[in-house]
Design a protein around this ligand. Structure first.
Ligand SMILES: NC(=O)c1ccc[n+]([C@@H]2O[C@H](COP(=O)([O-])OP(=O)(O)OC[C@H]3O[C@@H](n4cnc5c(N)ncnc54)[C@H](OP(=O)(O)O)[C@@H]3O)[C@@H](O)[C@H]2O)c1
Length: 291
């Protein structure tokens, strides 16, 4: 363990971020964990310190707010902590018709998935360069590759992450800052995601536990891979997408979407929203579904 260097993980209190935090600690990395206020962050930090003997700092911020991203950097910088690994993981997922999604959900999704990732990367860039070799892992999705109905805004935010990461990687190569993008398929991270995954066969068989994805993600990052796609089936999906004729893909997609639509009637609201959602007469939009 390098006593002076830290891995910073956003969205670390739950799901994939939590699994990332535990695996990084197992590999003896000091941690700065970031999540929304009043979450499981502090108990998780205590658990990790106790079991893995690394330094863990927890910082509560709503990263949908620009000023919170700036405060996060200022707090880290003024404490003299040095970051050489940045995991931009926090993200809001959703599945549902565009016309049924609330404005506040889309706003928060774009702010967290796109803006926070961009701002935090920009704010920490100088520090990452100074501490090189450094690593940035941006969490995208398999959805980065496809134009999926019912995942219009989410999929577009993840396509942003994909191209942003690949472009930045080229720029930062000379500075010894490696940028990777992780594109997982479904992960069984929370109950909303599990519900949607269960709705169709392909998701069910290809989805993975976050604990299975994490080693592939960190190994890929340390090996400086540009794009990390965990799981054999997810790789097969991309291969099939490249070779199958368009009419077969459309038929498969329509069939899958029909099943998700049927589940869509079991509507529920997101676990947490930082802005109240616009009331809807038929709340069929299902936030927190990521893949
Ligand atoms: N699950 C999947 O199937 C899947 C598939 C592909 C990609 N992904 C991507 O993987 C990443 C993690 O997803 P997940 O399924 O692990 O999500 P999750 O279980 O909902 O956890 C999200 C994490 O982000 C935090 N967070 C949410 N809003 C925040 C905000 N405004 N400011 C700061 N932190 C915030 C949450 O904190 P709280 O504890 O306060 O909610 C939580 O720690 C996301 O980028 C997602 O798009 C997920």
């Amino acid at each position: 363990m390098n006593k002076n260097l830290y891995a910073l993980i956003t969205g670390a209190s739950e799901g994939f971020g939590r699994a990332l935090a535990i695996e990084c600690a197992r590999r003896k990395m000091n941690l700065i964990l970031v999540a929304l206020p009043e979450t499981n962050l502090h108990p998780l930090a205590d658990f990790i310190k106790f079991h893995h003997s690394v330094d863990v700092i927890s910082i509560e911020k709503d990263l949908c707010k620009d000023e919170s991203c700036i405060e996060l950097f200022d707090e880290v910088n003024s404490s003299g902590l040095q970051v050489n690994m940045l995991f931009n993981n926090a993200g809001i997922g959703s599945t549902g018709l565009f016309e049924e999604g609330s404005i506040s959900l889309f706003e928060n999704q774009i702010k967290l998935n796109v803006l926070a990732t961009t701002l935090i990367t920009r704010l920490f860039l100088q520090m990452l360069k100074q501490n090189s070799p450094s690593y940035i892992l941006n969490v995208g999705s398999l959805a980065s590759y496809f134009s999926l109905p019912r995942k219009q805004v989410y999929g577009a935010t993840k396509s942003f992450i994909y191209y942003f990461s690949k472009s930045l990687r080229k720029e930062l190569k000379k500075d010894n800052v490696s940028v990777s993008v992780l594109c997982p398929g479904g992960m069984f991270t929370n109950k909303e995601v599990k519900l949607t995954i269960e709705a169709n066969y392909f998701s069910r068989v290809s989805s993975m536990d976050p604990e299975e994805v994490v080693p592939a993600a960190i190994d890929g990052l340390l090996r400086k891979k540009a794009v990390i796609i965990p799981g054999m089936l997810n790789k097969c999906f991309l291969f099939m997408d490249a070779i199958l004729p368009a009419f077969i893909k459309t038929a498969l997609l329509n069939n899958t979407m029909k099943k998700i639509n049927a589940r869509g009637s079991l509507a529920f609201l997101p676990k947490r929203l930082t802005v109240s959602p616009v009331p809807q007469s038929t709340p069929k939009f299902i936030p927190s579904i990521n893949s």
